[in-house]
Design a protein around this ligand. Structure first.
Ligand code: C5P
Length: 423
């Protein structure tokens, strides 16, 4: 029997890391895999990891003329028995349905005459959106096989259909489409002899113990603090907690044991995260202390700098004797005290919400607080409570500026940098 070959197109979603495991499983079944990655897929998984798994060159840049001469997009498709898109984002499904060919992956898909299997993975709302429903109906009418996603808790904290099916289920479906036997015993554990050494050293992503932050303890603070003036009034700020929650979610996704110490916010606890709710800075500091030791602490919370010096037991009355004075006192600086703590986390990261001279202020803050990184963001727009954020990551080695992105996307990027740092 000649070896079956698939062309695996990996697109950019948090589930892209599962494509590595899919390749490993397919190779165990005796199926050859060649991979094409979209530009955004390479934000989640490096072509190097994919190349180690496929033991082949990874294709991505359509305009590499040398590559086009030696092995063009037509040839990539011609050499495959089946084309699999896993994970398939809403974006690539839309492009396929519209016949757009603006990169190597979409050009292959428009040019191929081979069977195509799409394995979508996306946020539940994107999956349920009428545009995605329309695109899927069109793709099915065009002859594309679509594997339904699983239902469950998602990286974004929502619940519903949209999760990538587990790699063994995808591998089984691929084998069925290829008319190739599927040996389920080969999907569990590690192959004893058949996998090459390079594959043996690669993580098995079905298993939580092989996620990049497995067993790392990570503490995240998020949200505002409320500082009481009296039993009914308080001082607060506009922090929504969304960025901190997204960071906690991304850390848990990557296998960390996450403690999220949250100020007063109305947000769903991300899957796998231990959440401790607090109201004010003193409570937050006490819970931060209790959460030690941790490997990493990411203090995203917008802690109030001041609190009322005296908080009366009763509501302050409008008694006609004039405006009552509001005497403030300083709150502890949790970040600075953690930096000086005997159980200081190995990697201590502070956030800096700035409205001007962002990098200058953040650099000064790095030194003043004694932390390892400061993630600075410009809050002069609608960042607080908004969907997007842009980071300037200030470390002792310099500044990395990351463009405006959805808070969950930039959170994953930050966690990847953290994973690289503490690996
Ligand atoms: O000094 P500033 O409030 O700008 O510093 C912001 C950073 O310090 C954030 O990481 C925030 O969580 C932390 N912080 C703190 N305790 C405070 C004030 C800020 O841990 N009292």
């Amino acid at each position: 029997m000649t070896e079956k070959r698939i062309l695996l197109i990996v697109t950019g979603g948090i589930a892209a890391y599962k494509a590595l495991e899919l390749v490993r499983l397919l190779k165990r079944q005796g199926i050859a895999v060649r991979a094409v990655m979209t530009q955004s897929a390479t934000e989640f998984v490096t072509p190097l990891s994919m190349g180690v798994m496929t033991e082949d060159q990874v294709y991505g840049d359509m305009f590499d003329l040398k590559e086009e001469r030696e092995i063009g997009h037509i040839q990539l498709s011609r050499q495959a028995d089946l084309i699999v898109i896993c994970p398939a984002t809403a974006n690539i499904l839309a492009k396929m349905a519209a016949g757009i060919a603006d990169d190597l992956a979409t050009t292959i898909l428009l040019a191929t005459d081979k069977p195509v299997l799409a394995v979508p993975a996306m946020n539940v709302r994107m999956w349920q959106h009428p545009a995605t429903r329309r695109n899927l109906a069109q793709l099915k009418a065009d002859g594309v096989t679509v594997m339904d996603p699983d239902e469950g808790a998602m990286a974004c904290g929502e619940f519903g259909p949209g999760r990538l099916p587990e790699p063994p289920a995808v591998a089984e479906r691929i084998c069925a489409m290829l008319g190739h036997g599927f040996d389920a015993t080969l999907t569990a554990g590690r192959a004893s002899t058949s996998a090459p050494a390079a594959l043996e050293s690669q993580p098995d992503f079905a298993d939580i113990t092989h996620r990049p932050l497995f067993s790392k303890r990570i503490m995240v603070t998020a949200g505002p603090t409320y500082e009481a003036i009296d039993p009914v009034r308080y001082i607060a700020n506009r922090s929504s907690g969304r960025q901190g929650f997204a960071i906690a979610a991304a850390a848990a996704e990557m296998g960390a044991e996450v403690t999220l110490i949250a100020g007063p916010v109305h947000l769903v606890t991300p899957p796998g995260v231990i959440r401790i709710d607090v109201e004010n800075a003193l409570e937050m500091q006490a819970e931060v202390e209790k959460a030690l030791p941790t490997d990493v602490a990411i203090l995203v919370a917008a802690v109030a700098d001041w609190r009322a010096a005296d908080v009366p037991q009763q509501k302050i009355k409008k008694d006609g004797k004039g405006i009552p004075p509001l005497i403030l006192t300083e709150n502890p600086d949790i970040l600075a005290s953690l930096a000086a703590h005997k159980q200081r986390p190995k990697l201590l990261i502070g956030f800096a919400a700035e409205t001007e001279k962002i990098i200058e202020h953040a650099t000064a803050k790095l030194a003043k607080k004694g932390c390892d990184w400061i993630v600075a963001n410009d809050v002069s727009g609608d960042v607080m409570g908004g969907d997007n954020n842009a980071f300037h990551v200030v470390t002792r080695n310099g500044v990395e500026s990351w463009p405006d992105s959805p808070k969950d996307v930039i959170a994953r990027k930050l966690m990847e940098k953290i994973a690289d740092e503490i690996a």
